[in-house]
Every structure is written in C-alpha cells, then in structure tokens.
Design a protein around this ligand. Structure first.
Ligand SMILES: Cc1cc2nc3c(=O)[nH]c(=O)nc-3n(C[C@H](O)[C@H](O)[C@H](O)COP(=O)(O)OP(=O)(O)OC[C@H]3O[C@@H](n4cnc5c(N)ncnc54)[C@H](O)[C@@H]3O)c2cc1C
Length: 220
C-alpha cells in the first residue's frame, strides 16, 4: 500500500492526492450520518488521463476503488470501506454545448445545477431536477440512474445520456462520447455504466440530451 500511495502522489500531485485526515473527513460521511467510511487516501483527478493512470496504478497494486461525486447518495455507495477514494469533483468542465443538436458534453464532476444553467444560457433545457441538484454531479447521477421530479415527462438519467467516456478497471479508456440521436451501431455499451454505481468503471464525461426550453408565461 505504501508503494501505491507514493506512486499516486507522484502522478497526481498535491492537488490530486492527499492522506490528510482533515481533508478526507468530509468525504467519509454521508450527510444524514448513516454511513461513515475509511480510506487510505483521497485521489482527485483533474483529467481523464489522470483518472486512467490512477485506476491503472490501483489495478496493478490490486487495490479497490470507490468513486465519489457530490456525496449526496442515500444508500452509501459513495462511502469507502477501506478502498482508495476517487473524488471526481475536480473534473468539472462543460466541454461543449451544441444547441442545434440539443446536446451538451460535461465532465463527471459538473454539478447538475451548472448543467441546467448552461443549457438555459443556450435557450435549452436539461430536464433532470431533484432536491440535491446543487451538489449532485453528472457522474453520480449517471451511476445511480437518477430520477427526480420530471421523470414522467422526460425520463430518468438513462434516457438523457447520449454517450459516455469512462475509465475501465484496468485503466483503459472507453471512448463513447457520441452525440448522435439515431445511432444503431452495435451494442449500446454506455447503458451498462448507467445505474452501475461505479462497479464497471469510472465515468469521466457524458454527452447529455437537451430539450427545447419550456415556454415562459401562462398558457391560455
Ligand atoms: C435532498 C436529496 C434529494 C434527492 N432526490 C433524489 C431524487 O429525486 N431522485 C434520485 O434518483 N435521487 C435522489 N437523491 C439521491 C442522490 O442525489 C442521487 O443518487 C445522485 O445521483 C447522487 O449523485 P452524487 O454526485 O452525489 O453521487 P455520489 O453520492 O457521490 O455517488 C453515488 C454513487 O455513484 C457512484 N459514482 C459517483 N460518481 C461516479 C463516477 N464519476 N463514476 C462512477 N461511479 C460514480 C458512487 O460510487 C456511488 O455508488 C437525493 C438526495 C438528496 C440528498
């Protein structure tokens, strides 16, 4: 384990790696206090390449990983029990928005409300909405197949994802960031990651489906 921690520290630097208990503490508690965890370190990659290298180093050392987004999950899946904790919060860029195609590409650590705002700024709607939208991240929402208050009209997260980029357990990268609506090629592998709670890989970015903005004002 010492060897692994040294390698992770060397690859990720001080912003991306810590063993400081004070910095790690907030990540080990579920907000209602129902789950409390432990971890040897907190890894916070800032890019897909850093995430891939961190996962590869853990795989080579035989160390397990618990991914974490906004830590708003209610079933404790984001709380480590001795695993290396990988927080995706530093991967928080909206890489692109294509209003004409009604699509947006966001990194896993982007907060849901930021995606909603980016869509609104382009006169579009990202319809997923839930009470934790000021903290929950795109990676967490995908990994839990989140629902929210607009499910009946727009569907769950599963129906709002056009493509996914993910780091697989050996550290290789799954490049599935498609924004194509009519995609009938092969297996729909992105669906495996949706609702998988991080068991099949680390989601690093997603292409999301936008809708036309809702009309403002009252209907007559
Ligand atoms: C007030 C409140 C209201 C809520 N309302 C709803 C609701 O209406 N509908 C609903 O579905 N949920 C709801 N939730 C639950 C929670 O907000 C969702 O499950 C949300 O999707 C979790 O996102 P997160 O970023 O906080 O993920 P986390 O809690 O950090 O993680 C959740 C799971 O996803 C995994 N994970 C996180 N990021 C990644 C990643 N990048 N790659 C792979 N795995 C990852 C974690 O390991 C864990 O298993 C609510 C929670 C709160 C506190």
């Amino acid at each position: 384990m010492t060897n692994l921690l040294e390698r992770l520290a060397a690859r990720l630097g001080p912003k991306g790696f810590t063993t400081d208990p004070d910095l790690i503490a907030p990540h080990l508690k579920e907000w209602r206090g129902r789950y409390e965890g432990r971890t040897p370190c907190l890894v916070s990659p800032a890019s897909t390449e850093e995430a891939a290298d961190a996962v590869r180093l853990c795989a080579q050392a035989g160390a397990s990983i618990t991914p974490q987004g906004g830590n708003t999950g209610l079933v404790g899946g984001q709380i480590p029990d001795g695993e290396v904790l990988v927080s995706m919060r530093r991967m928080n860029a909206i890489r692109s928005i294509d209003a004409a195609n009604d699509s947006l590409i966001a990194e896993a650590g982007v907060i849901l409300s930021a995606v909603q705002q980016a869509a609104a700024d382009s006169d579009r709607l990202f319809p997923l909405s839930l009470a934790s939208e000021g903290s929950a991240t795109i990676g967490g929402l995908i990994s839990t197949n989140a629902g929210g208050v607009h499910v009946l009209r727009y569907g769950m997260m599963r129906e709002l994802v056009l493509g996914i980029e993910a780091v697989l357990p050996d550290g290789s990268i799954f490049h599935g960031l498609k924004s194509l609506r009519k995609d009938n090629t092969g297996y729909d592998l992105k669906q495996l990651f949706i609702g998988a709670e991080g068991t099949l890989g680390l989601v690093t970015a997603a292409s999301l489906k936008l809708s036309p903005a809702r009309a403002r004002g009252r209907r007559r």
